[in-house]
Write a protein that binds this ligand. Structure first.
Ligand code: JB3
Length: 210
């Protein structure tokens, strides 16, 4: 029997997550959960809304045991949703688009989604429910924490370590062996040349704290 999966959120990011699930090929999409779409209404491409979060337990009891978080923007919200889903009992498969290149020696934890043409190089380790977005590169030996979003086109060079809940903006570059703390936001296009302490927001070339 084909395994079923539900997508949480039905915005822009969820559309890309849908494509990844279809490309990955192991799961059938049962629907989306998003209060913005009335239960039973069409979301896109033959996929329907199952209602808002109040429906989650029913969906699980009806045999949809897997979930993909389809909300990209907000790390705190993603963490809150992850905790709620975990309590209900959902499983969080790692989902990989067929065009992504993942080294056999890399490890990727549950719920992390690897978008089209991303590259994860050898011995990199990626934590739970992260997003490695379109065409992002995570180089050899990186240590990426939980709930980290590496946005499209960002490049994380060899041996970089990134703490939980941090965001690497689109096309940002982190040079090799640097350490980025937890809850950091790195602006789009920034070039990070030094270690970054937790809770910082850094932007520019070379990147500076603001
Ligand atoms: O730029 C790129 C490649 N992607 C962006 C992505 C990283 O972030 C994208 O362009 C957007 O800027 C953003 O996508 P996201 O996270 O899908 O945002 P948005 O399009 O605003 O959709 C969020 C959806 O989540 C909305 O439909 C909300 O109603 C829904 N939502 C918000 N809170 C929720 C909750 N859904 C559920 N089930 N539960 C919630 O608590």
């Amino acid at each position: 029997m084909e395994k079923k999966i539900v997508i949480i959120g039905a915005g822009g990011h969820a559309g890309v997550v849908k494509d990844v699930i279809e490309s990955d090929g192991r799961y059938a999409i049962a629907g989306v959960i998003d209060a913005r779409f009335a239960k039973g209404s069409l979301w896109k491409d033959g996929i329907y809304s199952l209602g808002g979060d109040e429906e989650l337990e029913h969906v699980f009891e009806a045999g949809v045991g897997n979930v993909a978080i389809g909300i990209g923007q907000n790390a705190q919200l993603r963490f809150k949703i992850y905790s709620k889903l975990k309590k209900i009992g959902f499983k969080f498969p790692t989902l990989v688009h067929a065009s992504a290149i993942i080294s056999d020696s890399a490890t990727i934890d549950e719920g992390t989604i690897i978008m089209p043409v991303a590259v994860i190089n050898c011995y990199a380790k990626i934590g739970k429910f992260g997003i490695i977005n379109t065409a992002a590169i995570v180089e050899h030996d990186c240590r990426i924490g939980e709930n980290v979003h590496v946005a499209p086109g960002a490049c994380v060079l060899g041996g970089v370590s990134i703490g939980n809940n941090s965001h690497v903006g689109a096309k940002a570059v982190i040079i090799q062996s640097r350490t980025v703390g937890e809850n950091v936001i790195i602006g789009a296009g920034a070039v990070v040349t030094k270690d970054v302490s937790k809770e910082s927001i850094i932007v520019g070339v070379p990147a500076r704290s603001i």
